[in-house]
Design a protein around this ligand. Sequence first.
Ligand code: G6P
Length: 366
Amino acid sequence: YVVDKGNHRHFMVKEIHEQPEVVGHALAHYLDLARGEARLPEGLDFAKADRLAITACGTAYYAGFVAKYWFERLARLPVDIDIASEFRYREQPLSKDGITMVISQSGETADTLASLRYARSEGQRIAAVVNVRESTIAREADVVLPLLAGPEIGVASTKAFTAQLAVLAATAIGAGKARGVLSGTEEASLVRAFSEVPRLMHEALKLEPQIEALARELSKVRHCLYLGRGTSYPIALEGALKLKEISYIHAEGYAAGELKHGPIALIDEEMPVVVIAPHDRLFEKTVSNMQEVAARGGRIILITDPAGRDAAAIDTVETIVLPAMPAAVTPLVYAIPVQLLAYHTAVIMGTDVDQPRNLAKSVTVE
Ligand code: G6P
């Protein structure tokens, strides 16, 4: 990996475009594509584990949040997900046969490291998903799951996020097999689905001109809401985080079903609502949330697939249509339009995209 911007204007957009390759690389490492099997890292006994605690900060936390859905669904393993600055002080009981997984691009985030040390003092087995292999977190973990993503320079994390998702998905599939939840056929079909992700990411990147045009509109607003259900909920949170980090537009991510319990009060003609909704088993539920937004004059930006576009039957400001894909892989691909939307909005607003104000790439103090 060469650390320069190449033909790109910012590191962030270079890193966004590297994702098909980076994710392909991580998947090739953690999945045996030819045999249709996940390669579980040595030293993690998922068959025996009764609980998984995941902790991280920022974007890495949202990757862990997606992984909670995967581990629970594919491996029937209960997962607690915590922000590291809460995990380290909550004094929660950790089960004897539990595994703690920390996720950190840099491997140096102070709260995440302190969480690791707390978990260790409670006798947990510790796995670390890190990009920087020489980092403190990597050194102190029992098992290291490297992202192999190459250096990430943009302060707002992009390729590390999707590489984290790739590693976590592969591990969840492996855990599902080890725990006897997934049959060999189901494992092979999931592995096949994930092997398509780099191609799907390429397709998503082709939507950049449409997203750039949409960013012109978004750059005029002061607030923006992101909604999603299931694994699209953490992607909504990540989309909102990306937008606020680099464009300084106030953005909130919400579980779509929670709309009526608060954020609906904010909806008016001024409020764009980005809805992340692949045509999955929860799609109809999200459509009713979109109707609630539309009825109040809210402006909907829908990110979906061809079936979702056809079934939504709702007036949107813009519909971004990704290819159809199996539900398990959507978080990796739907991450791309939300990253591009934040990036182009920030460029139009003229902010310092790679070094946003007040933020640091790695927060090594509490
Ligand atoms: C900072 C960065 C974020 C990152 C977070 C966690 O806030 O600006 O992009 O997600 O730290 O960093 P880590 O290195 O632990 O993943």
